[in-house]
Design a protein around this ligand. Structure first.
Ligand SMILES: Nc1ncnc2c1ncn2[C@@H]1O[C@H](COP(=O)(O)OP(=O)(O)O)[C@@H](O)[C@H]1O
Ligand SMILES: [Mg+2]
Length: 352
């Protein structure tokens, strides 16, 4: 009969694709029972609703059925307590890359979305602008390495990053926002670069520890859509304090947003709330709001993600025009001003 060790060895070939470690290292295998031709165990998930549970169970089943004489595999699901989850995550979190000794970074906030084109980068940029207008020292780390759009939104020329003795210097916008983006390193905005996963992760880490950010009150991180490798790298290796989820009314099911929310929950990173973008159009003639893209689902989505709606931003032609022309620093959106004020108060009196 197979031994406990042989079975665990087989299970150590099964990975949790989001956490990048195997099920044994993550202490997810419990109550292992081995009989003549069958194996049963409980797969203890980081969160009960883990979207990867069937995927991991199938991989485990396949591995175990390869063992000599095994005909049946029975897997039950369990969930870690929040204490267990913290311990497990602590053991898989890579050491935080060393921040350049000259840097002082106050808080790191990130903006995430289920899919692309919802205005995530525009929202990140507009939020940075409003915080800068309030006197904060703001940086933007563009972690959307393959779809970098910050230079375009701020009208920054390619080749805007210079290397100094002590590190890479960010590009600086008119309002003094420090921007680091892969596009700034290329001479031509559209230059095609073939990026592989590890290169993306390496670049994001470099943006964190090789850049001379100086003293920042807030560092905002723009991400590619969804739960790609870049997002997982950011969430696992940078000290992200909280994340805004950007949606639009067209997002009917909210399924992709929930996937993003699940990842954050698994990694114990707080969701600061849902920002519904392109929520309505305010007719300048009548001052009435029109739901151009259909009724809002922001509250439903927020509820599913155990969070609230922090703001609903209108469809505003000045946003499209100014963002697309590199003039985001001229945008004025009252809803964004309110959000920035709220964030500023929170920074100045944390815990309130
Ligand atoms: N509230 C808004 N009103 C009008 N246009 C918007 C608004 N938000 C974003 N846009 C436009 O939508 C497009 C996609 O925005 P972008 O920020 O690049 O999305 P993402 O980063 O989610 O892919 C851009 O052309 C942008 O100018
Ligand atoms: Mg974007």
């Amino acid at each position: 009969m197979l031994t406990h060790e042989q079975v665990m060895a087989a299970l150590s070939h099964v990975q949790d694709p989001e956490l990048g470690r195997d099920l044994v290292a993550l202490n997810m295998i419990r109550d292992l029972k081995i009989k003549e031709d069958s194996i049963a165990f409980t797969l203890v998930l980081t969160i009960a609703a883990c979207p990867l549970r069937h995927h991991m169970a199938e991989d485990a089943r396949k591995q175990l059925l390869k063992l000599p004489g095994i005909q049946h595999v029975h897997i039950e699901f369990g969930a870690m307590t929040s204490e267990e989850r913290k311990t497990t995550l602590g053991s898989v979190k890579p050491q935080l890359p060393k921040l350049n000794a000259m840097n002082r970074i106050g808080r790191v906030l990130s903006v995430m979305s289920g899919k692309g084109g919802v205005g995530k980068s525009s929202v990140t940029a507009m939020l940075a602008v409003e915080l800068a207008r309030r006197g904060e020292k703001v940086g933007i780390l563009d972690a959307d390495i393959t779809g970098a759009s910050m230079p375009k939104i701020f009208g920054l020329p390619g080749g805007g990053l210079r290397g100094g003795e002590q590190g890479m210097l960010p590009a600086i916008t008119s309002l003094g926002i420090r921007v680091v983006s892969s596009n700034l390193m290329l001479m031509e905005e559209d230059a095609a670069v073939a990026w592989r996963g590890p290169m993306i992760a390496g670049m994001i880490q470099k943006f964190w520890d090789d850049v001379l950010w100086g003293k920042l009150d807030t560092l905002l991180i723009d991400l590619p859509p969804g739960t790609s490798d870049a997002t997982i790298t950011v969430m696992q290796s940078l000290p992200v304090k909280g994340v805004f989820l950007v949606t639009t009314p067209q997002q009917l099911s909210g399924l992709v947003v929930r996937k993003a929310a699940n990842l954050l929950q698994r990694l114990d990173i707080p969701i600061l709330g849902v920002i519904e973008n392109m929520s309505y159009f305010r007719c300048p003639d009548t001052d009435k709001n029109h739901a151009i893209f259909g009724p809002s689902h922001a509250h439903e989505i927020a509820e599913h993600c155990n969070t609230s709606v922090v703001t609903r931003l209108p469809i505003d032609p000045q946003v499209t025009e100014l963002c697309d022309q590199g003039r985001v620093e001229e945008v004025h959106l009252p809803e964004m001003e309110a959000l920035a004020s709220h964030l500023q108060v929170e920074r100045e009196s944390p815990g309130k």
